[in-house]
Design a protein around this ligand. Structure first.
Ligand code: ADE
Length: 247
């Protein structure tokens, strides 16, 4: 996969692009499919978002294009070296001014809706995916501006985490979702979980849809949904519920 292969090449003349995300990885193929379908693909096709996938290995000056080495001090596992990452970052910085250079790592700040909202308003974001035992600490100290985790578990690499982060950001950008209000009514936007939803048939083998949703009374439906959101949040995420009450 060539670098920038997920980028919409037709967008430049219209200057529609709200956000550019450049992802640095040693496994570019892992990032092909998340951007090749559904909402993310549409956002790229519409020119609202540009996504560049960059193979760190292509920047390695090692004759075997190595991107990792043994850890100083010993121990199992390889560490990603500085040089290819630094050169890749510098090449991109020569093209764009980045608001954030984010390193995906389980010891970063934990992703939440507020972080995604904030990042969705940026112009250029770079995301670095780690592998093996991670990147040389000096990359984190001198090149990265922010570190994000998608949860308290360890993935084999940062690629899936980068896809999760990108998805959560891109869907918030105006024009990406057909119904502009639907991102606002997502769970977590106001510290509340979303209410239950139903579609046809109204009765499936005796499993029926709550009558209120078929009443046509929009005010009552809105009140019911709000009540459902509140009780769901209280039951499933008491931490959010308490925060919402205070906020
Ligand atoms: N890389 C490996 N595990 C991760 C996680 N939980 N979040 C972000 N990046 C990661």
């Amino acid at each position: 996969m060539s670098s920038s292969s997920a980028t919409n090449q037709n967008t430049h003349s219209f200057n529609l692009t709200s956000l550019r995300i450049d992802i640095l990885t040693v496994l570019p193929r892992l990032l092909e499919s998340p951007f090749a379908d559904s909402i993310l693909k549409r956002a790229i096709d519409k020119g609202i978002v540009e996504v560049g996938i960059h193979d760190i290995r292509a920047y390695s000056k090692d004759k075997h294009q190595k991107v990792d080495d043994y850890a100083f001090g010993g121990g199992a596992g390889m560490v990603m070296t500085i040089q290819p990452i630094h050169d890749c970052i510098d090449a991109l910085k020569a093209e764009h001014e980045y608001d954030e250079i984010i390193y995906m790592t389980p010891d970063g700040e934990q992703l939440n809706q507020q972080i995604s909202n904030e990042l969705s308003m940026k112009k250029n974001i770079m995301i670095l995916c780690g592998h093996y035992k991670g990147v040389d600490q000096r990359v984190r100290d001198h090149l990265v501006t922010r570190e994000i985790s998608i949860g308290d578990y360890v993935l084999s690499g940062g690629e899936l985490a980068a896809a999760v982060l990108s998805d959560s950001i891109i869907r918030l950008i105006p024009g990406v979702l057909n119904d502009e209000t639907s991102a606002l009514s997502d769970s977590f936007q106001d510290d509340l979980l979303a209410p239950p939803v139903y579609t046809r048939p109204a009765d499936y083998k005796g499993w029926s849809v709550p009558d209120i949703l078929k009443s046509g009374n929009l005010k009552k439906i809105e009140d019911w949904r709000f009540e459902q959101s509140l009780s769901r949040t209280k039951e499933r995420r008491p931490d959010l519920y308490e925060r919402g009450k205070k906020g």
